[in-house]
Ligand binder design. Structure first.
Ligand code: COA
Length: 227
């Protein structure tokens, strides 16, 4: 098997820039997640959320539903089929949103989907754009995937600005492609391959991850990805 077709033996639990740290969930995050969802869900996330997310916003039982969500996500991380990561602020540790590399397919596909949300108090600071570039670096340089795609509902104008800003390739529209906010949405598909990433990595990182510092060994629990 070609080296690049193998999943990595060891995946870091966190990575990031000097501003953001994307890190795996911890069970102790349940209350913070539920609290952020409680203030963000109704007016901000609801139209673009998959079924069941409103349960995670339930503060009852110290965020019991959020805890279950975290446990399921940790299992999938362990299997290497999904990586759901919190977008956190490096300086304070606050959770500001979530980035998911999901439905990882190995074999002939070597692909995943990327999805994200940022909590209402933290929008318009460039966090989603920066975190997406970091997630693509994780997908290509750490997970050794060949292709990532973003599926965005055609009515989600704010989210559509992100692939536009990054110049991701538009591949077409899936009619009634995603069930979000309790209805089917036509969905624009954007993608990047590892070949495109190699060509564009330096440019994307210099524009959207300008605060990066140093490269640290990939064997540590946290790695600082190289520029
Ligand atoms: C879509 C979403 C993730 C965007 O998150 P975000 O962190 O606000 O996105 P960004 O800050 O990277 O980009 C948004 C805007 O902030 C602006 N911005 C970037 N850096 C900035 C900074 N330092 N200061 C102020 N504004 C900034 C960007 O230019 C952009 O503005 P524009 O759209 O007018 O061009 C967020 O609104 C969200 O979670 N929405 C609901 C769920 C959702 O739609 N998820 C995506 C499903 S596909």
């Amino acid at each position: 098997m070609l080296e690049e077709f193998r999943p990595p033996e060891r995946v870091p639990k966190s990575f990031g820039s000097s501003r953001l740290l994307l890190r795996q969930y911890r069970t102790s995050d349940a209350e913070s997640l539920a609290a952020l969802l409680a203030i963000s869900y109704q007016d901000h996330l609801a139209p673009w959320s998959p079924p069941g997310m409103e349960r995670d916003a339930e503060p009852t039982g110290g965020g019991r539903a959020a805890r279950e969500h975290i446990l399921v996500a940790l299992d999938k991380c362990e299997e290497g089929s999904d990586y759901r990561l919190f977008i956190t602020l490096r300086e304070t540790g606050e959770i500001v949103g979530q980035m998911g590399l999901t439905q990882i397919i190995r074999g002939v596909s070597q692909s995943c989907f990327i999805g994200y949300w940022v909590g209402l108090p933290y929008v318009h600071r460039g966090y989603a754009t920066e975190a997406l570039v970091l997630a693509m670096e994780f997908a290509f340089d750490v997970l050794k995937l060949h292709r990532v795609s973003l599926w965005i509902a055609t009515g989600n104008e704010v989210s559509l600005k992100i692939p536009a800003r990054l110049g991701l390739r538009f591949e077409g529209t899936a009619i009634r492609g995603l069930f979000l906010g309790n209805k089917w949405h036509d969905t624009h598909i954007f993608a990047m391959t590892s070949e495109e990433w190699s060509e564009r990595k330096a440019e994307l990182k210099s524009i959207f991850v300008p605060r990066e510092i140093t490269l640290v060994s990939g064997t540590a629990d946290e790695i600082q990805l190289s520029s």
